[in-house]
Design a protein around this ligand. Structure first.
Ligand code: ADP
Length: 437
C-alpha cells in the first residue's frame, strides 16, 4: 500500500516536473520568438501544453507577423520619403522642439556646403543666423509670415534663402513641437535685383545732370525772351548743345551695351586683316592725338602673321580700340605718350594701348570694367566720358572669344590689353575685374 502510494506520488512528481520543464522551455521559446520577431514554433505534439497554449502560440505568431509587416511597410515608406526628399530641388529641414536637426536633405547641403553630418546637431551650431532662429520660434508659436527671406552671412559672402515653415505632428512626443522648413536659395535673384536697382539709379543719375542743365537754360531763354543778351543766348545754346550731345552719347552707349548683353548681340564677324584694322583706327585718331599734344605710335611684332585674316566684326573691334584710345587721350594730361602695340601671340592676336598718364589706383583696377565705374567721376564727365566705355570693350572682346585686362602703375601710366583668337569662338558672359578674361 505504502509502496503503491510512493510510486503514485513519484509518478505525479515526475509528471509535474516534466510539465514544469516543458512550460519553462515553451516560455523561453516565446521570449526568443518575441525578441527575434520570428514566429513561435508550435509544440511537436499539439495540445501537449493545453489548447489555450496552442491558441496563445497562434495569436503570438499572428502578432509577430503583423509587427514584421508593419516594420517592412515603415522601412519602405521611410525609404520612399527619403528618396523623395533627396530628389527635391528645395532644401528641407526638420527640427525638434529643442532645435535638434532630425532631418535634412541633399539640397540643404547644396545651399550650405559647410552643413555636413548635421543630423542630431543643434540648428544654431550649423546655420548661423539670428533671423532663422527667430523665424523658427515664430513658426512654433504659429506667428510666422508664410514666407520669409533670410540672409546667411559667411565671411564676405551672403546667401539669401526664402524660408517657409510649418509645425508638424511630433515624431516622438518626448521631442516637443517639431517644425518642418522648406528653404529656397534666392541669392541669384537678390544679386540681379541689386544690380538692376544700382543700374537704374546710375542711369537716372547720369541723365539727371544734363537734363536739368538743358531744362534750366531752355527756361531762361523762353522766360527771358528778348531780355537775354545775344552773346549770352549763344553761350546758352552752346551749353544746351553740349549737354544734348552728352545725353545722346549716354543713350547710344546704353543701347549698344543692352544689345551686346542680349541673346542676339548682332555681331557680324568676317575674315579680316587685324593689322589693317588697327592701322586704320590709329589713322583716325592721329589728328586728335596731335592736336591734344599726345605722341601716338604703333609698334608691330609678328610680320606677315599680323596680316592673316581672323574672324572679327570690324566695326565692333574698331570700337574697342577706339574706346581705349579715347580713354588714353582723355584721362592722361596733355603731352602723355600713347603707344599701341600689335603682336602675334600663338593662336591669338594681342593689342595693347599704353599711356604715360596718371595711372589707376590698385583698389580701383578690379572695378574699371564695371558699368559706370569711374576713378574720378568729375573728370570723367568733364571730358565727355559716359562711364560705359570699358564695359563695352569687355563685352565686345568676350563676344569674340578674347580676353581683356588692364595693368597700371599709379603715377606712371596704364596699359590695356585685349586679345582676339585666330579661330573665332562665341564667348560672352559677364564678370569683370582688373582683368576680364
Ligand atoms: P569713362 O567714360 O569714364 O572713361 P570708362 O568705362 O571708359 O569710362 O573707364 C572707366 C574709368 O576707368 C574711367 O572713368 C577712368 O577713371 C578709368 N580709366 C580708363 N582708362 C584710363 C586711362 N587710360 N588712364 C587712367 N584712367 C583710366
Amino acid at each position: 500500500m505504502t509502496v503503491a502510494l510512493i510510486v503514485v506520488l513519484s509518478i505525479a512528481l515526475l509528471w509535474t516536473v516534466v510539465r514544469l520543464w516543458r512550460h519553462g522551455a515553451a516560455l523561453r521559446r516565446l521570449q526568443k520568438a518575441i525578441f527575434t520577431k520570428q514566429p513561435l514554433l508550435r509544440e511537436d505534439d499539439p495540445g501537449a501544453l493545453g489548447e489555450s497554449w496552442d491558441e496563445f502560440c497562434d495569436r503570438t505568431n499572428e502578432l509577430i507577423e503583423e509587427v514584421n509587416h508593419l516594420q517592412t511597410l515603415r522601412s519602405s515608406q521611410l525609404a520612399q520619403f527619403e528618396a523623395t526628399l533627396g530628389s527635391l530641388r528645395e532644401a528641407v529641414l526638420i527640427v525638434d522642439g529643442n532645435n535638434y536637426i532630425l532631418l535634412a536633405n541633399q539640397a540643404l547641403h547644396e545651399i550650405f556646403p559647410q552643413a555636413v553630418n548635421i543630423l542630431g546637431q543643434r540648428l544654431e551650431s550649423v546655420l548661423h543666423s539670428a533671423g532663422l532662429l527667430s523665424h523658427v520660434e515664430a513658426v512654433r508659436r504659429q506667428l510666422a509670415p508664410p514666407q520669409q527671406e533670410i540672409e546667411f552671412v559667411d565671411g564676405n559672402t551672403s546667401t539669401w534663402v526664402e524660408v517657409t515653415g510649418t509645425v508638424i505632428p511630433p515624431l516622438d512626443p518626448a521631442r516637443g513641437t517639431c517644425a518642418l522648413f522648406v528653404l529656397h536659395d534666392v541669392t541669384r535673384q537678390k544679386r540681379l535685383e541689386r544690380v538692376r536697382k544700382e543700374f537704374v539709379a546710375n542711369v537716372s543719375h547720369e541723365l539727371r545732370t544734363p537734363l536739368s542743365v538743358i531744362k534750366g537754360y531752355v527756361e531762361t531763354l523762353v522766360d527771358g525772351q528778348e531780355g537775354v543778351a545775344p552773346e549770352d543766348r549763344a553761350r546758352f545754346l552752346l551749353t544746351i548743345q553740349r549737354h544734348t550731345e552728352r545725353l545722346n552719347s549716354i543713350l547710344e552707349d546704353l543701347l549698344l551695351l543692352s544689345r551686346l548683353e542680349s541673346v542676339t548681340p548682332g555681331l557680324k564677324p568676317e575674315a579680316h586683316d587685324p593689322a589693317a584694322l588697327v592701322r586704320s583706327v590709329i589713322d583716325d585718331y592721329r589728328a586728335r592725338a596731335e592736336s591734344a599734344g599726345h605722341p601716338l605710335t604703333l609698334h608691330e611684332e609678328g610680320g606677315a602673321d599680323l596680316h592673316s585674316p581672323i574672324p572679327l566684326d570690324p566695326l565692333r573691334v574698331s570700337q574697342v580700340l577706339g574706346n581705349l584710345l579715347d580713354n588714353a587721350l582723355r584721362h592722361p594730361p596733355r603731352g602723355a605718350r600713347i603707344d599701341v602695340s600689335l603682336r602675334s601671340a600663338g593662336d591669338e592676336i594681342q593689342v595693347s594701348v599704353r599711356d604715360t598718364g596718371p595711372g589707376i589706383p590698385a583698389a580701383d583696377l578690379p572695378h574699371i570694367f564695371e558699368r559706370f565705374y569711374r576713378v574720378d567721376k568729375g573728370r570723367s564727365r568733364d571730358t565727355g566720358g559716359t562711364g560705359l566705355g570699358l564695359s563695352i570693350v569687355k563685352h565686345i572682346v568676350q563676344l569674340h572669344g578674347g580676353r581683356v585686362w588692364a595693368e597700371s602703375t599709379p603715377g606712371s601710366g596704364s596699359v590695356f590689353h585685349f586679345t582676339l583668337p585666330r579661330r573665332g569662338e562665341g564667348a560672352g558672359g559677364s564678370g569683370g575685374s582688373g582683368s576680364s578674361r
